[in-house]
Design a protein around this ligand. Structure first.
Ligand code: SAH
Length: 346
């Protein structure tokens, strides 16, 4: 059954306090509820032991807490954990815990499905069903934080908005979730440990820059040649590489923070010197670094990972132009938890 009561987490602190006054309670009681909801990530009202039973009953009468449910958890041989997360309306998104020696990273989703049609990505095969609410994004982080503590005995250190969906097409909810994650009344994490990954929507990148957000930006570039990029990522036909560049320069001028370009090298598509040189030139125009990501095949289609010597060729050309480049190995491949594989097969 779909819950029809309002999720109490859609209320601001002020609105919660007003509700408490309306039921004859002191406003500071509202503060206690708010703390349970966000800082203590309460999953139901009965956990809130310092709130009287009478008030808890009143709350239950009026509101619900649509906490996400981890429907299925899979563990990879490399330690990566994938959660299939069920939302209150039965839809499912996926999120991933990536452990390394220094970090526990949460890779979280911002939309159910995706509308962008990048033709190498598994999520693109699902149609976009809806945006996630701030609390649904927040809950994914909390679930992974708890798994990190339980299975690795370590705190969550980083969050990447690199799961399903395009965060800049769900802008306000994503910003609100980050506000909660970084607030001392929420998880109190540093925005420096958060990275938003986007296909690259210039108008929204400029807006973020103007709002002086404090988190990091990654852009899925994959080619610095318009013709090639447009063939893989239809968004590039709406806003091309030069528009994207202009927005990134604006981002850097406003925030002073370097952009990370995510880039996959595919056999026969962008694995030649011309593409590598175009990338180096593009990087020369804005403060940036490059992550070369391994390709995770989603079917036996046209996309295949380029040969190792092609990756070396990229590294050499980029380094010769003083561009910082990292080669990133995939994690969680055996459970379909790697980049671009999130698609919820069930
Ligand atoms: N919409 C956002 C975030 C989701 S995709 C974005 O486009 O950035 C997260 C990253 O995985 C992106 O860099 C995307 O290009 C990359 N990706 C998608 N499919 C992939 C695949 N099959 N193998 C490797 N990376 C992939």
């Amino acid at each position: 059954m779909v819950e029809t009561k309002k999720d109490v987490r859609q209320l601001s602190l002020e609105e919660i306090q007003e509700f408490f006054v309306s039921i004859g309670e002191k406003p500071f009681r509202g503060k206690q509820l708010y703390e349970w909801l966000w800082k203590k990530s309460a999953k139901d009202f009965d956990q809130m032991t310092n709130i009287s039973l009478k008030v808890r009953d009143k709350l239950k009468e009026h509101f619900t807490i649509n906490y996400i449910q981890v429907d299925e958890m899979q563990r990879s041989t490399d330690g990566t954990i994938k959660n299939a997360v069920k939302l209150h309306d039965g839809l499912i998104v996926e999120s991933v815990l990536i452990p390394t020696s220094k970090r526990i990273t949460a890779c979280i989703s911002s939309q159910v499905g995706c509308s962008l049609d990048c033709n190498f990505c598994a999520t693109a095969r699902l149609k976009r069903m809806r945006n996630l609410n701030p609390d649904e994004i927040y809950d994914q982080v909390v679930a992974i934080k708890e798994e990190g503590e339980l299975y690795f005995d370590r705190p969550l250190t980083n969050i990447v908005y690199m799961g399903m969906g395009e965060p800049l097409l769900n802008y306000q909810n994503v910003i609100d979730s980050i506000e909660k994650i970084t607030s001392p009344t929420g998880l109190g994490m540093s925005p420096k440990r958060i990275t938003l990954s986007t296909v690259g929507i210039p108008k929204m990148i400029k807006r973020m820059a103007d709002e002086e957000v404090k988190f990091n930006l990654a852009v899925s570039l994959h080619s610095a040649i318009d013709e090639t990029r447009s063939r893989m990522m239809p968004i590039n036909e709406k806003s091309n590489l030069s528009e994207l560049l202009e927005s990134l320069q604006h981002w850097y001028n406003k925030t002073g923070r370097t952009v990370t370009f995510e880039y996959v090298v595919w056999k026969g598509i962008n694995d030649d010197e011309e593409h590598a040189r175009a990338l180096a030139k593009y990087c020369g125009k804005v403060a940036s670094k490059v992550n070369l990501i391994e390709y995770n095949p989603i079917d036996d289609g046209e996309f295949q990972q380029a040969a190792p010597e092609k990756i070396e060729m990229y590294e050499q050309i980029l380094e010769s132009k003083r561009v910082v480049v990292n080669v990133r190995r995939s994690r969680g491949k055996d459970i379909d938890a790697a980049c671009g594989q999130l698609a919820n097969k069930s």
